[in-house]
Design a binder for this molecule. Structure first.
Ligand SMILES: Cc1ncc(COP(=O)(O)O)c(C=O)c1O
Length: 441
């Protein structure tokens, strides 16, 4: 479908992120507004948002409470320096986040994105060991198919080949655990697969071949979204926690996607009962309305930094826009909405029908796996002969033309709708996807 703006809008200057720029510019998809569960395109088509934008608009689009909070904040305090200065709302927000997160996770460092949260978390881990006199603990462990953003730190611990191929040597001393996904043993698992906890034992191999005393931290997504909705096997994260704890290695959960309700709780950590040392968040923190991230840290880790002369800076790290007033207002408002509308509980109530609806797609043509966790899911398709990724991209384009936004990664079609979605809307959404799967070969 040609866009009416296509001929009058010059699309050439904007270099789009993680996008086939040439293909997009031949067939642009341009949004002009959004409300609740729907985008409106520039040619006035309604698009149901099956992806919460990019895993972030958890409260639905343009929620009036968030919009109003942003409006007010923009006119009250445009900016307050982040270093050696503050404003009350950012302290209140830090306290609020500490209260939402597991016991002991009481220190909050603000960033502007998931990528910055990850790089910050890695530097906190290195700084912690340094401050304790174990500066030799510099090695980091990530995981195959992990996504931790686009900074050099996150790209280093990330495990997606295409993201790393042209990024040079990146951080030295990084190792990767094997991915947790295995089609043969896990296909069509509902929720957490029962097979795969043993994959965490690979950490013992990495420890044995490097020595525990050289390893600073392990970073994983509790459930990997961008890599293709890879759900942690039962017992896997618990095992990682046991091994890291036994060796003085910090465990970092990258909860950029999973925090703030995606799994029906404030964090995956809370849902799964596995508490990391450091947690990276972003996205749902402001429901995507203003960029913001937060790294939530065990108080006992922060304490280690709090020494030296009383006037000394304890951690030489931060961003001009750490704790930006506009983002703080958006975050407070988003957290209000999650609370006032009981959205996390709502997700827990939806999970059974979400799972059933998704798995009903198992018999559609070319489907080789369906997986779900919380209010997220994926349908994996058999790749076209000699043309991997094209089938899922065809589904993505066709779904968009029929009024549904999904996300295609490799041959995986991912879904993660705003938490405000109803059962009827879930049926509608999965109905559109089912019809598209019937029609795309
Ligand atoms: C787990 C995880 N970490 C980090 C990021 C990077 O976040 P951002 O794009 O806000 O930098 C993402 C983005 O999808 C993510 O899913």
């Amino acid at each position: 479908m040609k866009n009416p703006l296509h001929n009058e809008l010059d699309l050439s200057s904007y270099w789009m992120p993680f996008t086939g720029n040439r293909a997009f510019k031949n067939e642009p998809r341009l949004m002009k507004s959004a409300q609740g569960l729907y985008y409106t395109t520039v040619d006035d088509r309604q698009i149901m948002d099956g992806m919460s934008g990019l895993w972030c608009c958890n409260a639905g689009h343009c929620h009036p409470h968030i919009v109003e909070a942003i409006r007010q904040a923009a006119g009250a305090l445009d900016y307050s320096p982040a270093f050696q200065m503050g404003h009350p709302e950012i302290f209140r927000l830090a306290e609020r986040l500490a209260n939402m997160m597991p016991d002991g996770m009481d220190a909050v460092f603000f960033t502007n994105s998931g990528s910055e949260s990850v790089d910050t978390a890695l530097k906190i881990a290195l700084g912690y060991h340094h401050a304790r006199g174990e500066a030799q603990r510099t090695r980091l462990v990530g995981r195959q198919r992990g996504y931790h953003g686009s900074g050099f730190g996150g790209t280093s611990v990330g495990g997606i080949g295409n993201n790393r191929i042209a990024a040079g040597p990146m951080l030295p001393g990084v190792f990767h655990l094997p991915e947790t996904y295995d089609l043969e043993h896990q296909a069509f698992s509902k929720g957490q697969p029962s097979w795969g906890a043993h994959l965490a034992n690979d950490l013992s191999r990495i420890i044995a071949s490097n020595h525990a005393s050289t390893i600073a931290a392990v970073i994983v997504e509790p459930f990997a979204g961008s890599g293709g909705v890879l759900v942690p096997p039962v017992g896997y994260l618990e095992r990682l926690r046991e091994i890291t704890e036994a060796h003085g290695i910090l465990l970092i959960f990258d909860e950029v996607i999973t925090a703030f309700g995606r799994l029906g709780w404030a964090s995956a950590s809370e849902r799964l009962g596995v508490v990391p040392d450091i947690m990276c968040t972003a996205k749902g923190l402001t429901s995507g309305a203003v960029p913001m991230g937060a790294v939530v840290v065990q108080e006992k880790i922060r304490e280690v930094f709090m020494k030296g002369p009383p006037t000394a800076i304890e951690f030489f790290h931060g961003y001009t826009y750490s704790g930006h007033p506009l983002a703080a207002a958006a975050a407070h408002a988003a957290l209000d909405v999650y609370e006032n509308e009981s959205l996390f509980e709502h997700v827990r109530g939806l999970e059974t029908s979400w799972e059933a609806g998704l798995h009903a797609l198992a018999d559609k043509p070319n489907v080789i796996d369906v997986r779900n966790f919380g209010l997220a899911g994926a349908v994996e398709l058999r790749p076209r002969d000699g043309a991997p990724t094209e089938r899922a991209m065809a589904v993505f384009r066709e779904a968009f033309d029929r009024g549904l936004l999904v996300r295609a990664t490799a041959d995986i079609v991912a879904l993660a709708p705003p938490l405000v979605i109803s059962e009827t809307e879930i049926d509608q959404m999965l109905g559109i996807l089912g019809d598209v799967l019937d029609d795309i070969d």
